[in-house]
Design a protein around this ligand. Structure first.
Ligand SMILES: CC(C)(COP(=O)(O)OP(=O)(O)OC[C@H]1O[C@@H](n2cnc3c(N)ncnc32)[C@H](O)[C@@H]1OP(=O)(O)O)[C@@H](O)C(=O)NCCC(=O)NCCS
Length: 402
């Protein structure tokens, strides 16, 4: 029984759709003042609504970005956000209908990938998404954090005022990123949302190396004093940290660990291989507080996606991919160091399009997923070759909230 219809959102329908989204996330219905502030960042373009009797009951949205894949190529990717269904209309298939429409639209636009951050891990697997990057939350205990003599050094760090930062940081990000698999471009519509919140509400420090500005960090202090610990130094909370090279990364971490009246630096969503711990004389001064899933990736155009990334030296492997939602992706692909193409050869490994997303950026090794029955092994010799082909030198990382 479906009494609702899904279609692109029309001009003038943004505000009720925004309110559905806000309430689905336990937020308020917009006041005129709040809507005036949010309208620019909530265009009708790229949004789909589910309507029942003329009323919006569900919404999904996306922004057009480019996402970096192993080898350095970037691919058009829909960054899916703004997903919500009215609490009185859930579990009737509204999201399922919205996702089908949105994925068909991505394919029609020639977008090769779609990616999102999930509020709950049970939602998106059924639509072909799977975890393709993860992040870790770090705590650096300032009192124990001494940099090794051989840790990269040089360059300098300066604080930048808010108004200057709102112009400088988007330009700097565009120049230095995306520079590793999983990172995405940040289009103007993203900055409309982030300029005031992310940049405007944080301290901004910029690193300058031999070739000019090459890294930045946005952070704010959090008071930790209490009756028990009246002299506890603040926690510096890192909101956004990007560097073009290890020298700039080291310079920014050194700066953060040197700020006065601070007991610890907390940095959520850092790359799994962030090297800060290895730069310290006491690596345990850098604690890992948590590990979170970050990018949920969906391969919208499997042949183009597979052909676009690079592969490491190994014998060719044939993958049989199954994609019930976008059946044009189903089929066999020969993956080799010189590239990936469709083939009629028999497959050594068979997997769903969601599992393919888990190995695509290099986050998981095929053999580990085969051991969990996520990959069917038809030719055992194919498994170590697939591990070698898909391996990457750096851990994939997104580093952009949306
Ligand atoms: C998540 C949400 C959009 C799902 O919408 P929905 O219209 O209820 O989803 P559907 O009815 O199409 O569900 C499809 C399937 O997914 C399951 N599912 C959907 N959301 C789920 C959830 N949060 N937890 C567990 N299962 C969920 C449904 O049970 C259903 O399974 P079935 O096909 O086996 O019956 C909706 O619950 C919501 O708005 N939640 C709050 C806001 C939110 O978390 N948004 C996502 C931001 S990333």
């Amino acid at each position: 029984m479906t009494e609702f219809a899904v279609r692109p959102l029309a001009e003038g329908e943004q505000r009720p759709a925004f309110d559905v989204l806000s309430q689905s996330l336990h937020g308020p219905v917009s006041t005129d003042e709040r809507w005036a502030k949010r309208a620019e960042g909530f265009p009708a373009e790229r949004k789909f609504g589910a309507f029942e009797g003329g009323t919006v009951i569900g919404v999904t949205s996306s922004i057009a970005t480019e996402l970096a894949v192993p080898g350095g190529t970037t691919l058009p990717s829909a960054a899916v956000d703004g997903v919500g269904v009215r609490a009185d209309s859930t579990r009737r298939g509204v999201l399922t209908a919205l996702m089908a429409e949105q994925l068909a639209d991505c394919a029609a636009r020639g977008e090769v990938l779609a990616h999102l951050h999930a509020s709950e891990t049970t939602i998106y697997g059924r639509f072909g998404y799977a975890v393709a990057t993860r992040g870790k939350t770090l705590r650096i205990l300032k009192g124990r954090a001494r940099f090794r003599d051989d840790a990269p050094s040089g360059g300098r760090v300066r604080l930048v005022g808010t108004d200057a930062a709102k112009k400088l940081i988007p330009e700097l990000y565009e120049r230095i990123a995306p520079n590793s698999p999983g990172m995405m471009t940040r289009p103007p519509v993203w900055w409309n949302w982030a300029r005031d919140g992310l940049v405007g509400e944080n301290f901004v420090a910029v690193h300058t190396g031999p070739d000019g500005d090459d890294g930045f960090v946005l952070y704010h202090p959090q008071d930790r004093r209490s009756f028990e610990q009246p002299e506890a130094g603040a926690a510096l909370v890192v909101r956004d940290l990007h560097a073009a090279n290890t020298g700039a990364l080291a310079g920014l971490w050194r700066f953060l660990c040197r700020v006065d009246l601070v007991g610890e630096v907390r940095a959520p969503d850092r790359p799994l291989d962030d090297p800060i711990g290895l730069m310290l004389t006491d690596p345990r001064a850098c604690e890992v507080l948590g590990l979170e899933d970050s990018t949920w990736l969906r391969l919208v155009d499997v042949p183009v996606a597979l052909a676009a990334r690079t592969y490491r030296p190994a014998a060719p492997v044939v993958l049989e991919v199954t994609d019930p939602l976008l059946p044009a992706n189903s089929g066999r692909y020969r993956v080799a160091p010189e590239g990936a193409t469709r083939t009629e050869e028999p497959a050594g490994l068979a997997l769903g399009v969601d599992t393919l997303a888990m190995i695509y950026l290099g986050d998981r090794a095929p053999s580990r997923l085969a051991a969990l029955n996520r990959i069917e092994v038809r030719d055992p010799a194919a498994l170590p070759e697939a591990d070698a082909l898909f391996a990457t030198a750096t851990a994939p990382w997104c580093g952009t909230p949306f």
